[in-house]
Ligand binder design. Sequence first.
Ligand code: ZN
Length: 75
Amino acid sequence: MRKCVYCNADLPDNRSMEICDRCGVGVWGHKQWSNIKKTTDEARDNGDLSLFKEQEANMEQPGVKWRDIASKKLA
Ligand SMILES: [Zn+2]
């Protein structure tokens, strides 16, 4: 079973992000979190998370980087 990187909650196996809904919404808000899940799940299904990383590099939120997620702590 995979765990949320923030709170250690169990995650569904079909999730590409290692972040639970509660923490995801807490960090990004409902709208952006659902968009992030959709984007990353599609990228994973296409076997191309690197594409998402490129998109993320161009995202308007400079504070959130894919590679920082694992080490990021909730405020
Ligand atoms: Zn969590």
